[in-house]
Design a protein around this ligand. Structure first.
Ligand code: GLA
Ligand code: ZN
Length: 669
């Protein structure tokens, strides 16, 4: 059993009662409606700074006292937010340094949100102060169950304070040795050598934007700045409410912060999931959601995560905001629980009358009553979630891992060369994740620094960067019996984007895989190559390595270009394990066909012996097996034996029909 933060699934979401201070009768209506919808938690105060501290040092907690009391009386837990995501106008007016500066050095005006400097000691002090006030006031409030720190940390600031902090960070990172930095960034190129750290500026379109070493350092610095901003925020909370867990909501694939690093600083990982349902691509959306659930869960092993936001209907920020059909939200919520979520939460509880998000989906619409499609969908889900208490805190075990490494993603997206259009790192990782997920084999999505030894197989798409020690850890893993799959452009650079010398893949990996790569080709969209594997011919799309074997068995060969006949898929027995090299990219079936062979040859068993058709996904969590139909039509599945339906408590066996958006949660009898 993993760590349990609650003994039931949290069902709630972003609640903004401060927008309704002038109509407190709405607050009572909120309580009635929340209970009706089987909502048991609400996240309050996310953007409430101006409502709490109306002027500097002038506080009004009365409305929040009232709300928290009401919530408690009605059995609704509070996830209390710190308000740093948007500051009051008085603060920006009085202390302009708190506002963000863009990469051209121009300071923003007051407005929007997330518009703050990460370094400003004034802003940090003001945030600490308001957080302390909140903690002191509510430390003993029985509704308070969790802290929601700020909101979707993001962005960067280029003010003089941040530039100075960056130089300090560089000094530490490069051991106060400018020559080390010059070497690591290969600054002999274009006469870029620095004489001192003081000469260095953050990347900018008007300055340096091509030095990848600088780019990576800046990304790392921004991640560390967010983490230290977060640590500053939580210091008073840790002191005053040491037993209340803290989280901050991560934002899907937001590239600006290394979430694998940040996760180490929160008690519980939470994230916001907004797939674009019902636009003809539900299977792709469901695969990506599954991948991201497994990614966020894997950033903090052995623990559940929280789904902090999802929409109960549409969003307002697509070009065209399609209403999703009934059922898809319930299905998507089951998927989140199946992958390790202990909460289903919404943005937003009630639509505001004004502001940018007044047409964003909400549980309660402007009509104000419960007789709506969305409200009844949410209520139905709320009742189901109450039956899934046994899932809370349980682990989601996996026998396979896909490496999706955040820093590798930065490196892959930033170098210049080969195919400059099609990098698609996430897409590639999902492509290699999907074959396992589709076959009911649980996958963890890990970083290259995580422990490989607990997995039967590790798949590492496009592992271009090798951080210190990774090469040795791959070697050890395979030697000890692991199965490792690598693709094109593996083991090319170190963590500063300096190329490895002596042939690719780097160092001993040439022995582990039994291959070496002489050249890498890039193929224009309309000039795909050809490759044969297992008697089937595939297109070579975008990129491929031209490799030579050095002991590896050839499983596939190129069928085009001057490298016609050379190997493109190999298998190498190394120690007690096997290392595979898939040297080309293919945008259709190759990864799936390869994995089918790989799964059979290496006897990787699914989590349940239940055959799944297309678009039917299975995930086991604890003793519960979730089977979900993401197709646009009903599908049959045949259970291999008798199970108990966890929601209805009935015994089920044989053929089961899953309607559109249908799912079943079963466990062994
Ligand atoms: C994000 C934010 C919310 C809201 C939603 C809208 O996830 O955290 O405040 O803006 O998007 O979808
Ligand atoms: Zn700044």
């Amino acid at each position: 059993m993993a760590k349990k933060f609650f003994d039931h699934i949290i069902h709630g979401g972003d609640y903004n009662p401060d927008q309704w201070i002038k109509t407190p009768e709405i607050w009572d209506e909120d309580m009635r409606l929340m209970k009706l919808a089987h909502i048991n938690s609400a996240t309050v105060g996310i953007f409430s700074w101006a409502a709490i501290e109306r002027e500097e040092g002038v506080y009004d907690f009365e409305w929040l006292d009232t709300i928290l009391d009401k919530m408690h009386r009605n059995g609704i837990s509070a996830i209390l937010a710190t308000p740093s995501g948007a500051r009051p106008a008085w603060l920006a007016e009085k202390y302009s340094e708190v506002l963000r500066t863009d990469e051209n050095g121009i300071r923003n005006k007051f407005g929007e949100r997330h518009n703050h400097c990460l370094t400003s000691s004034i802003y940090r002090e003001k945030v600490r102060n308001i957080n302390r006030k909140l903690a002191e006031r509510y430390k003993n409030h029985p509704a308070l169950k969790m802290w929601h720190i700020s909101n979707e940390y993001s962005g960067e600031c280029h003010c003089a304070l941040c530039c100075e902090a960056f130089r300090k960070w560089l000094k530490e990172y490069y051991h106060n040795d400018i020559d080390e930095l010059n070497f690591k960034w290969w600054n002999g190129f274009w006469s870029h050598s620095f004489n001192s750290f003081e000469q260095i500026n953050p990347p900018s379109g008007r300055g340096e934007s091509n030095t990848t070493g600088l780019y990576l350092a800046w990304k790392r610095f921004i991640t560390d700045s967010h983490i230290s901003f977060f640590e500053n925020e939580i210091a008073p909370l840790r002191e005053i409410t040491p037993d209340i867990p803290v989280t901050t909501n991560f934002m899907r694939r937001y590239n600006g912060i290394d979430y694998q690093k940040f996760a180490g600083h929160v008690d519980l990982v939470s994230w916001d999931n907004y797939p674009a349902w019902d636009r003809g691509k539900n299977l792709g959306e469901a695969l990506e959601a599954a991948f991201l659930h497994d990614f966020f869960r894997s950033t903090k092993f052995g623990q559940p995560f929280f789904l902090m936001e999802s929409t109960p209907s549409l969003v307002n920020w697509h070009d065209v905001n399609k209403l999703p059909k009934s059922g898809i939200h319930e299905l998507a919520s089951m998927q989140a629980i199946a992958h390790g979520a202990d909460s289903i939460q919404y943005f937003q509880w009630r639509k505001g009358r004004g502001g940018d998000e007044k047409f964003h989906g909400a549980v309660v619409d402007h009509c104000g009553h419960e007789n709506t499609r969305v409200f009844s969908n949410v209520t139905k889900l709320g009742k189901v979630l109450e039956k899934l208490g046994s899932a809370v805190g349980t682990e989601t075990a996996s026998r396979v891992a896909v490496i999706y490494d955040w820093e590798n993603g930065w490196a892959v997206s930033s170098f210049c060369g080969y195919n400059n259009i099609h990098r698609d790192y996430v897409k590639e990782c999902i492509k290699w994740y999907a074959p396992f997920y589709k076959r009911g084999i649980g996958v963890d999505v890990i970083s290259m620094q995580d422990d490989f030894s607990k997995y039967d197989a590790v798949i590492a798409p496009f592992l271009y960067m090798l951080k210190d020690g990774t090469e040795e850890r791959i070697e050890k893993y395979v030697k000890n019996g692991g199965c490792f799959v690598a693709t094109y452009l593996t083991g090319i650079v170190d963590s500063d984007d300096l190329c490895k010398l002596g042939g690719f893949p780097a160092g001993n990996l040439k022995k582990v895989f039994g291959v070496w790569c002489e050249e890498t080709d890039s193929l224009p969209e309309d000039m795909p190559g050809k490759a044969e594997f297992n008697g089937k011919v595939y297109e070579v799309n975008h990129i491929c390595d031209i490799i030579h074997t050095n002991g590896a068995k050839v499983l596939g060969k190129y069928k085009s270009d001057f490298y016609n006949g050379q190997p493109c898929v190999t298998e190498n027995a190394f120690g007690k394990g096997k290392a595979y090299y898939a040297a080309f990219r293919n945008d259709s079936d190759f990864a799936d066909d390869f994995c089918e062979m790989f799964i059979k040859c290496n006897a990787i068993a699914p989590d349940a012996e239940i055959p799944l058709g297309d678009g039917i996904f299975l995930r086991k969590r604890g003793n519960n097996i979730f089977i979900m139909n993401f197709n646009d039509d009903e599908r049959d599945i045949v259970l291999d034996k008798e199970y108990t339906n966890v929601i209805t408590c009935e015994t089920v066996c044989g053929k089961i029909t899953l309607p559109v958006c249908g799912y079943i949660v079963i466990k062994q009898c």
